[in-house]
Design a binder for this molecule. Structure first.
Ligand SMILES: Cc1cc2nc3c(=O)[nH]c(=O)nc-3n(C[C@H](O)[C@H](O)[C@H](O)COP(=O)(O)OP(=O)(O)OC[C@H]3O[C@@H](n4cnc5c(N)ncnc54)[C@H](O)[C@@H]3O)c2cc1C
Length: 458
């Protein structure tokens, strides 16, 4: 739907304060695009609720009026996840942005969905705690829950799903439910919390979450390790994890991407296939011992250099460059779009996936950077091109398709962390088979009118 009727406008305006509903063109356009190339349909309006009761009243009204609703966090998704494709109403959760409580004795925080992860970590830091899932962007907690986001520290700390204990969710029609509990464990009934984590706003709106926190590491060491080729770098990954060294980050980077980072950020790194690692320890001695063992293990795997960085400034510079890898690629290719492969495989299969992907990029003669969260078996291939050039873009799609098919064959997934959104829908049947039909049945049960974030996942 493109526009609301006058009667609908009157009804909507009565649901929230005057400054929290807009049909202005610029507000609608601001909620039309995430960071991907995926195209949406201009929403008829944008609404900013501030309480669970308001969200419930809005979803009761939209259900009655059969208006599609697309939830919006920080808009940093990569697959069109928060992009409205059937117009209707965008529900922007950014004004529900309070950290409601931090309970250091329980290692928990209660938050509203619009809290940004950096702000949450700023507040938790005062208690010596943090919320570890760390997508590069300053995403909202609601968006991270909806996408089951993760990041460079997932290899040690896990993904968002591992930190969500309890949710308040408003279902289509306005019913409010509370899932999970605040106890560290529970065997009570079906795990509805896990059902909503990763559901990308297709089942309801998260309005509150209880998150698990963990202690900030006292001693941290980062290292860059150079290898003669990507294959030997990626072979080291499973060994490093299997050895019990417990890396807190294990990232694979190719020379081409390091060259772009050097150019933009003046890092002065050798432009060779590399692993960026981080280790967390309980003492300086523990950390130095871990680093020595890691250096030895990397040398056995053919590493040609091991450079550690203990200083906070150096570490921050390194990780900032890694977090901004996608932006760096974009800036290096102005006026182009990116198609991001996000396949994940068992770590033993990671080296062959890396070689397979690099070979595909070379054979199709496309611009593509093969890197990823190697410690999680998560491979990102950022492919660069122009979607309006059908010839070029179909080559990118062919590479994307072949990598996903290979990952699924290896027992992996089409998306390790970015979610399905619009872009990965085409792989769902391939990956899930009959389970995808069960997912559709669950969707139909909770959202029989198909109004919640339509056009995503299903
Ligand atoms: C430079 C860069 C690097 C990135 N690196 C990573 C990475 O390493 N790992 C990773 O996992 N991701 C990464 N991302 C992707 C992105 O940051 C994450 O997917 C993040 O979780 C999106 O959060 P958001 O707040 O922007 O949500 P949005 O993009 O606004 O929305 C995401 C999804 O959540 C839904 N949603 C939002 N709020 C709610 C709510 N309250 N209730 C129900 N549904 C809701 C939306 O409808 C949508 O489907 C990166 C993005 C960028 C730009």
């Amino acid at each position: 739907m493109r526009e609301f009727t006058p009667a609908q406008l009157t009804a909507l305006a009565a649901l929230v304060a005057a400054d929290r509903f807009s049909t202005g063109q610029s507000n609608r356009e601001l909620h039309l695009k995430d960071i991907s190339f995926h195209q949406g349909t201009l929403p008829a309006g944008v609404i900013w609720p501030v309480t669970t009761a308001e969200v419930a009243a809005i979803l009761a009204w939209t259900y009655d009026q059969e208006v599609p609703v697309t939830p919006w966090g920080a808009g940093t998704s990569t697959e069109g996840n928060p992009v409205p494709v059937r117009g209707g109403l965008v529900m922007d959760l950014t004004r529900m942005n309070r950290v409601l409580a931090i309970r250091p004795a329980d290692l928990q925080a209660d938050v509203e969905p619009g809290v940004l992860r950096k702000e949450l970590n700023r507040q938790c830091g005062a208690h010596g705690l943090f919320f570890p899932p760390d997508p590069g962007a300053d995403a909202s907690i609601g968006g991270m829950i909806a996408n089951n986001a993760s990041g460079v520290q997932t290899v040690k700390y896990g993904a968002t799903k591992d930190y969500v204990m309890r949710l308040t969710v408003v279902l289509p029609g306005g019913r409010v439910i509370h899932t999970g509990c605040k106890a560290p464990k529970s065997s009570s009934g079906l795990d509805l919390t896990r059902l909503f984590v990763g559901s990308e706003g297709t089942l309801g709106i998260v309005t509150e979450a209880t998150l698990r926190l963990t202690g900030l590491p006292s001693h941290v060491l980062a290292a860059t390790v150079r290898f003669p080729d990507l294959a030997s770098a990626s072979r080291t990954v499973a060994l490093m994890i299997g050895s019990g060294l417990g890396p807190a980050a294990l990232e694979l980077l190719p020379p081409g991407l390091i060259a772009l980072m050097n150019r933009e950020k003046d890092l002065g790194l050798p432009e060779e296939p590399s692993l960026f690692c981080e280790f967390h320890g309980i003492s300086e001695n523990h950390l130095q011992e871990t680093a020595a063992l890691a250096r030895e293990l990397c040398a056995e795997c053919g590493a040609t250099g091991f450079q550690s960085a203990t200083g906070e400034a150096d570490r921050k510079r390194l990780w900032r460059a890694r977090h901004e890898a996608w932006e760096t690629i974009h800036r290096a290719h102005p006026k182009k779009e990116t198609l991001i492969v996000d396949a994940a495989v068992p770590i033993s299969r990671y080296p062959e996936m890396v070689v397979f992907s690099q070979d595909l990029v070379d054979r199709h003669a496309v611009v593509g950077y093969v890197f990823g969260h190697a410690g999680d078996g998560n491979l990102h291939v950022v492919l660069v091109g122009d979607p309006s050039d059908r010839g070029e873009w179909s080559q990118l799609e062919a590479v994307n398709h072949a990598i996903v098919a290979e990952a699924v064959k290896a027992g992996g997934t089409c998306t390790g962390e970015h979610g399905v959104g619009i872009g990965k829908r085409k792989f769902m049947a391939l990956e899930h088979g009959e389970s995808y039909e069960v997912m559709k049945q669950i969707k139909n049960l909770i959202d029989p009118k198909g109004l919640m974030n339509p056009g995503k996942i299903f």
